[in-house]
Design a protein around this ligand. Sequence first.
Ligand code: FEO
Ligand code: CA
Ligand code: CA
Ligand code: CA
Length: 596
Amino acid sequence: AAVHPQAAGLLGFTPVPVSRADTVAVPEGYRTQVFLPWGTPLLPGAPAFLRNATNSAADQEKQVGSHHDGMHFFPIDLKQGGQSSSEGLLVMNHEYVDPNMLHQFGGNQAPRDVEQVHKEIAAHGVSVAHIRQRPNRQWELVQESHYNRRITGNTLMELTGPVRGHAKVITPFSPDGTRTRGTLNNCAHGVTPWGTYLTCEENWAGLFVSHDREQPREHERYSVARGMSWNQWDTAAAKDPQLARFNASKLGASARDDYRNEPNTFGWIVEIDPFNPNSTPVKHTAMGRFAHEGIIFAKAEAGKPLVAYSGDDARNEYIYKFVSAKPYDPVSAGPHLLDEGSLYVARFNDDGSGDWLPLDFHNPVFQAKALAAGHVFDSQADVLLNTRLAADIMGATPMDRPEWGAVHPTSGEVYFTLTNNSQRPPEMVNAANPRAWNQNGHIIRWRESNGLRFNWDIFVFSGDVFTSTPEHGLMLTNDNHHASPDGLWFDPNGLLWIQTDMSGSQLSRGPFGNNAMLAANVQSHTIKRFLVGPVGCEVTGVVMTPDCKTMFVNIQHPGEGSGPYSFSSTWPDRGITRPRSATVVITKEDGGIIGT
Ligand code: FEO
Ligand code: CA
Ligand code: CA
Ligand code: CA
């Protein structure tokens, strides 16, 4: 999109100070509207949200999910070539659930209650909400729209790409290894050039348990739980056999008799067509299996392959690049482009150069390195199922927890947040991750050069004003210091929006106050704090309408760590109530461009 003429004077707002107030603070001249909080009735017949959290699992299936995260606004007329900024489909991830918030008196002990488990599964996934702006500029949900949709941890999905039909994805539910149920722990997202939504499976491994002494590499390298999974959904299987799929132990004679392979159907990038409410979501296995934070496409150019980047958010994991086998053609572009292609992993060299290393079963270098390391793969499908292991073999650079990526709208430069890394000892530092025990995180960026090479540098070292390490002359001040950058998005004017996800003592006692969102002009290396969230929240997920006059920001888990009997936050409802994740709609009082 072209730079808006009014965008001259970007970052003209007065920075928002650090705060620990239980509210959303934005600069003077901006106003906010709370929108689509957890529990909002979305589908026909959905009951109202009950403030004591006594809605049933069946209610939750028809209501907006919990823990809002990555999201995108699709103009309602997109398929007709339009760019509506007053009506569209807002599609958002619901990353996970907090039983202390989701249930009246919190989650019960194992064996878990079947109704509670089903409510938790229903609160995960994705919401598609048809929304429009009224003449008074307030936004509303279009009730009864056939586009409104919930995708949950139980929705039928297809596997496509090389892993479809592989022996390691055979389950009793899908003996031919082509289907699975649900998407879980969807953090950030992506948007395809053909106008569909990609939702990315991040911390799914903790929801499965295996009691086997010997775990296959497909489980072990991803930390499938041993002993006890986070939510212990498997413990309700005695009362509901459907829930046995969360126990990945070998219990029967073969993969058709137990759910040993169920975790292998997670860790993928999932495509949802929001304009086709009856479409079956598709898990694209060619893009690799790991703790996908999100996916960001380079600008699509006709006649050239599609390129996309995805980070694996775990300590000392990697950044990946997918290149489609077929060239992009704006007329015929579609999901098939994501089913066939090459997957690469990044090595950041200390001299500021970088290399994309192929994770390719047919590549002789890969084969030789795998053999030397004593690892055997039976096919590209096997490589993809074990993407992390393949990346280890190729010598990728372990990063400080890669979260979101963003591509500059004109220069094509790629920016990635590296949120923090408590597990990087001094002997493991490298130029791209130069801080031992990296508390505050940093933002790295690169430009593609020739072939499989790139050039990188650090955009900013996050941190407080006292320990600020000036990079490109940028000294952090009270107006822009921050820590644990996570959400990242370039708006069409080229402003970089940075969202923070601090937790623990960094959040409760640090100099940074509550989690926040900042805006950066990457040309002038200027950063200003634009928004501060309520108590205990993470600020994550940001998008604007095409005219840049409405911004949507997600506030995830206000009051985290409290409940179920008393809460540290009552945002956004106030009074004697529990906090709720919600979207915040931001407009300028003068109707102008956000961020000017
Ligand atoms: Fe779900 Fe990496 O944040
Ligand atoms: Ca995140
Ligand atoms: Ca995070
Ligand atoms: Ca979070």
